[in-house]
Ligand binder design. Sequence first.
Ligand code: FES
Ligand code: FES
Length: 186
Amino acid sequence: MTSLTVNNQPVQYRLDPATPLLFALRDASNLTGTKFGCGTGECGACTVDIDGQAVRSCRITLAAVEGTFVTTIEGLSRDRGHPVQQAFLASNLSQCGFCIPGMVMTAAALIRANRDPSDDDIRAAMTNLCRCGVYPRLLEAVRRAARIARGDENIVPPASPDIDAGDAARAVPALAPPATPAPPQS
Ligand code: FES
Ligand code: FES
């Protein structure tokens, strides 16, 4: 049994302690916003926040996160109102979106630690890979997120989806039980 806190909820996983955190989050907690890309620590699609650090969850075991506070993309904000989410949306950063949760979590950790990151700081932190090649817009989007976080820029926030992290996990349609088939007509 591994005990930790995920999105402010205490969780105990009855899984092999060698299980990657990514699989526990996706398969046991149904927090599928954290993506499985390479599985080898290269792409950053699986990035979550662990005790304030951006960490690639495919490369860390449950045993290693015992007692930690983990935040996934579902728990970053209730209303998509985090400065990084606001900036990425306003900058039209996303294309297919697969890499974006990991990008958001990485950028959020960066601007929490560094309120005014230089371009070199951003390049050093944002090593996430993007198959769609959003890189030309990424620097400005992260700079914009930092400006919003500092209060130097205000943008109209997107409409709230009014859904919390638990609801979001339960709402994954692929994991809903199959509908009961209608009885045959006589
Ligand atoms: S899936 Fe973890 S770094 Fe690619
Ligand atoms: S937006 Fe498609 S992988 Fe990054």
